[in-house]
Design a protein around this ligand. Structure first.
Ligand code: PYC
Length: 404
């Protein structure tokens, strides 16, 4: 490309839906688009259609709070998210599209001895696998985030934190659009408003994908539909260990820069960071019951604000501006479901709970490898869909920022 000119930023026009593709990807969110990009770029597979019942990045990709980190608890989770963070670091250059990845000194606060013990455990696993994480004390927490309420005369005093300097944020829609534009420029077709209504299975293969715009033959099919994983998997005859639960979030009115870090409190079930626009981005635990709805609730707002004010009492005058919800496909062990399935040409990328956005680059890379080679890359082997029947769960609940 001529480097004296800005890179093209437009999505090429989408051709008519064809009768057949080498690969059909269901879901034009970050994961599906990243897989399409990697299929074309790394594996030279360009006869790819990405189908979405809505629009590019309009599902959970649009509904997360843009936090990225690798400070997990299990060796499997840490290795996986470490690769993702490495890819985030260079994603703007890779896509020639600014995804605004920013390191933000991620802090997971510990308010009890038990929480501090888990932090130490996570720090040791992280360090062992080359991820920058360490336990810091209350004084060091106050140096990084001086506006936190460090009083010990509160319900949950801050004893210390798990400090993860490379944790931060990336612009979620830029990630989706960056992958979409670059994939489409290589010949991938992204068909929006194209809803998958059924899958035709013959023997051990999916032979066709039915959509509201006609039937498409597919050599291989990848589902990447966070929030609707059980519905789509059922079309392929696959029952997943997933419960789908809303996860709500909100932003405040924009204010001058006041918060530097990403601050998470597992005990108080809340987290906060300040966006480049000045809005405070906040969220909490998943809702207390499964529900197929992205409605916003007053209970969430009241609960979250109460907890947030325990950490940052000076926010009491700040107004909330927007509230929304995403759909979390929760697995029992808080780890994803990835890889090959019971069907020979059907692949799955699901179970993204409250941690899908930060896995976008690694999932795209590894699912593309899985589809292209029909073998499961080692790094995603622990996440296979049948681990629950083999008693081989991954046990990542202790590192979920916001529990259930
Ligand atoms: O895992 O960092 C996280 C997270 C933050 C909000 C939801 N999940």
């Amino acid at each position: 490309r001529d480097r004296s000119k800005p890179p093209p930023r437009e999505l090429p026009a989408t051709p008519e839906l064809k009768k057949s593709y080498d690969v059909v990807i269901i879901g034009a969110g970050g994961h599906g688009l990243a897989a399409a990009y990697n299929l074309a770029k790394t594996w030279g597979i360009k006869s790819v259609a990405v189908l979405d019942k809505g629009y590019i990045g309009g599902g959970n990709t649009a509904r997360n709070t843009a936090i990225v980190r690798a400070n997990y608890l299990t060796p499997e989770g840490v290795a996986f998210y470490k690769e993702s963070m490495g890819l985030f670091e260079t994603l703007s250059q890779e896509l020639d599209f600014n995804v605004m990845y920013t390191r933000k000194n991620h802090l997971t606060l510990g308010h009890t001895d038990a929480a501090m013990r888990t932090m130490r455990w996570r720090a040791e696993v992280n360090k062992h696998l080359g991820v920058a994480s360490e336990v810091i004390d209350a004084k060091q927490v106050a140096e990084i985030e001086p506006r936190l309420n460090m009083s010990d005369a509160v319900r949950y005093p801050i004893l210390g934190a798990l400090y993860h300097p490379v944790g931060g944020t990336a612009r979620h829609d830029a990630v989706a659009w960056g992958y979409a534009i670059r994939a489409a420029q290589m010949g991938v077709e992204i068909h929006q408003l194209t809803e998958v209504t059924g899958l035709e299975v013959t023997g051990d293969k999916v032979t066709a994908v039915h959509t509201n715009r006609g039937t498409v033959q597919a050599g291989r099919v990848l589902q990447a539909v966070a929030g609707a994983s059980s519905h789509v998997a059922k079309m392929a005859g696959l029952r997943l260990a997933i419960r789908t639960i809303p996860l709500q979030a909100c932003v405040s009115q924009p204010v001058k820069p006041i918060i530097n870090a990403v601050v998470v409190s597992g005990s108080l079930h809340c987290y906060i960071w300040q966006s480049q626009r000045g809005e405070l981005v906040m969220g909490g635990a998943v809702d207390p019951y499964p529900l197929w709805s992205t409605r916003s609730s007053l209970e969430f707002k009241e609960g979250l604000m109460g907890h947030m004010l325990e950490l940052f009492p000076f926010l009491s005058e700040v107004r909330m501006m927007r509230q929304w919800a995403g759909m979390s496909d929760m697995t029992p062990d808080f780890a994803p479901i990835m890889g090959k399935t019971h069907l020979a040409n059907y692949y799955i990328d699901a179970g993204w709970g409250t941690y899908g956005f930060k896995a976008t680059p690694v999932s795209g890379k590894r699912m593309a490898e899985c589809v292209a080679t029909d073998t499961t890359p080692d790094i995603i082997k622990p996440f296979r869909h049948d681990r629950f029947t083999r008693f081989e769960q991954v046990g990542e609940a202790g590192a979920a920022s916001v529990g259930s």
